[in-house]
Structures are given as structure tokens and as C-alpha cells.
Design a protein around this ligand. Structure first.
Ligand SMILES: Cc1cc2nc3c(=O)[nH]c(=O)nc-3n(C[C@H](O)[C@H](O)[C@H](O)COP(=O)(O)OP(=O)(O)OC[C@H]3O[C@@H](n4cnc5c(N)ncnc54)[C@H](O)[C@@H]3O)c2cc1C
Length: 271
């Protein structure tokens, strides 16, 4: 590792100040992605600004039909939260599929979404449920947040504060794991929010995306049958040593049908 300064601000204002003073500083959340990156010398920030002591970035609450989760909420806290289990069990189940116990004990929802790994799980949850990303200065819709491979709409010096999920009528996530890394080879999150049906796919392209043809078919009839036989196509799909584009295309079809079935038999807030 290179040498770097370590800061542990006590509040959001202090963290923003540190970022404004040093354009080369990086935010540290759970460190599950960032620390290995530093160890492998793939990044060499001048300073780390640790968000762990900032209470404004924590907490899980509901307001009307919205579930709000602080960016520094660790995966394990989401999985074990009675509020998430009661209001949005499909999210708790998706989070339980992330990595291994160590990753789930340290990793945070904000770190995962800000990182925008193309094979991450929660990007699909956020996109399917049309979540809103609240930062220190604005709100960004999920459709705008995920820009490209490891790139989000967050600007230099901007901090993700919380993510707001509209509570879906029904929702479910199905993941086909890469057995070596545990990341999604393909993962599909299906959600119906206020009558609007969205299908978000992770693991298959450079960034999470919506399968619009499936959404249109489901809007007419919410059943696995409605999407059977619809052509996914291989354009833009990842084709690598883990799986061919054709294999991923087939997984998208199969996992979408499974997610639809799971959403139909789950509770009203999702399987
Ligand atoms: C062995 C292993 C297996 C894994 N398996 C999976 C898996 O199956 N599915 C999956 O989805 N993920 C998986 N991950 C990744 C894991 O989910 C990471 O925790 C996550 O990608 C990053 O979260 P973090 O809290 O550790 O963030 P960090 O590593 O601390 O930060 C990641 C990036 O986000 C930025 N950042 C963090 N917080 C904020 C914020 N509030 N505002 C703005 N920017 C911020 C940081 O500056 C950094 O660039 C795995 C990781 C490992 C090591």
C-alpha cells in the first residue's frame, strides 16, 4: 500500500470539508472493495475519509410508502432489520445473497451502490424499485444514477447520504452466482411499484440495465408465461471466460421467469 492520510470526521459537514480541501481524497465505507484496490496498488489516494463515525449516514426508517436506508448501513443490519423484513423482505433476501459473512458484516449499501460494480446485487434492486439516491446536495433517480462501468452520477466531493426505496406491490430477486467470486453471473430483480413493472438485470452488461421488452409484456400480464419465448438477444452482453453472451442471455430469460414466480407467491412486499 502507498502512504495516505487517514481522517475520521464526526459529521457530514466535516467530511465534505475534507473532500473540498483535497480533491485526491477518497471516501471509505466498509472497505470491502476499496481496501483490496489499495492493497493491489490499483488506486493511490492521498487520503481516506472514513465515514464510519457519521450518524447522518446511518439508520433505517419508513416515511409513508418509502423505506429509507442510510448509506453507511451495513448489509447485516439490513438483513436483520425487523423493519426491512416487514416492509421490504425482497431487499433483505437480495442482501443476504451478497458475498460471504465477512463481506456482509463490513460492506455497506452506500459503498456498493457508489461503486457500481457491473456484477453487484443491489444495483438491480435499486433500479428495479426505482430508488432515489439522496446526496449531500440533491436527489438522483436510479435511472440516472448508474452511468457506466464503475461510474455513477455522483460528482467529485459528493457524498451519498441515503437511498429511498418506494415500497413495491410485489418484488423478488433471483441470482445465479459465479461459484468462484460469489458475485452475480446474472441476477434479475423484478418489481411492481404502484402498477409500474420493472425488470433490472445485473452481471450481464457493463452496467445494470432494464429489460424493457420483458417489462412491456409483464405490464399486460404479470406471469412467467408472458415473457417465455421473448428474445433477449446478445448485443452488449458480457462474453468472457466465466460465461458466453448466449449463456448469459439464456440466464436472463430463466431467472426473470423465476423472479416473477417468486414475486407472485411471496408476500405483498416481495418474496
Ligand atoms: C470476497 C468478496 C465477495 C463479494 N461478493 C459480492 C457479491 O456477491 N455481491 C455484491 O454486490 N458485492 C459483492 N462484493 C462487494 C461488496 O459488496 C462491497 O462491500 C461493496 O462493493 C463496497 O461496499 P463497501 O461498503 O465495502 O465500500 P468501500 O469499499 O469502502 O467503497 C467502495 C467505493 O464507494 C465509495 N463510497 C463509499 N461510500 C460512499 C458514499 N456514502 N458516498 C459516495 N461514495 C462512497 C468509495 O469511495 C469507494 O470508491 C464482494 C466483495 C468481496 C471482497
Amino acid at each position: 500500500m502507498y502512504q495516505f492520510q487517514y481522517h475520521r470526521p464526526k459529521n457530514l459537514a466535516e467530511a465534505l470539508d475534507l473532500l473540498a480541501q483535497d480533491g485526491d481524497a477518497k471516501l471509505l465505507a466498509g472497505g470491502q472493495t476499496l481496501l483490496p484496490t489499495l492493497r493491489q496498488r490499483l488506486a493511490a489516494p492521498s487520503a481516506l475519509v472514513d465515514l464510519a463515525g457519521i450518524s447522518e449516514l446511518t439508520g433505517i426508517s419508513t416515511k409513508g410508502e418509502l423505506l429509507s436506508i442510510g448509506a453507511m448501513t451495513r448489509y447485516i443490519e439490513i438483513i436483520e432489520s425487523p423493519l426491512v423484513q416487514a416492509t421490504l423482505p425482497s431487499l433483505a433476501r437480495a442482501v443476504a445473497l451478497v458475498g460471504d459473512p465477512l463481506v456482509r458484516n463490513r460492506g455497506t449499501i452506500g459503498g456498493s451502490l457508489a461503486n457500481n460494480d457491473p456484477t453487484a446485487d443491489l444495483t438491480a434492486a435499486a433500479l428495479a424499485m426505482h430508488a432515489t439516491f439522496v446526496t449531500d446536495r440533491r436527489s438522483i433517480s436510479a435511472d440516472e444514477f448508474f452511468v457506466d462501468l464503475f461510474e455513477t452520477a455522483l460528482e467529485q466531493g459528493e457524498i451519498l447520504v441515503r437511498i429511498e426505496f418506494p415500497l413495491p406491490d410485489r418484488a423478488a430477486y433471483v441470482k445465479f452466482r459465479n461459484p468462484a467470486s460469489r458475485y452475480a453471473l446474472v441476477g434479475v430483480f423484478v418489481a411492481e411499484v404502484h402498477g409500474d413493472i420493472r425488470v433490472a438485470v445485473t452481471g450481464a452488461k457493463a452496467k445494470v440495465f432494464r429489460e424493457h421488452a420483458f417489462e412491456a409484456a409483464l405490464q399486460t400480464e404479470f406471469s412467467a408465461k408472458a415473457v417465455k419465448g421473448l428474445d433477449v438477444g446478445t448485443t452488449g452482453l458480457i462474453d468472457d471466460l466465466h460465461a458466453s453472451a448466449e449463456y448469459r442471455a439464456n440466464l436472463i430469460s430463466v431467472l426473470t421467469r423465476r423472479a416473477i414466480s417468486a414475486a407472485m407467491i411471496g408476500s405483498h412486499r416481495g418474496a
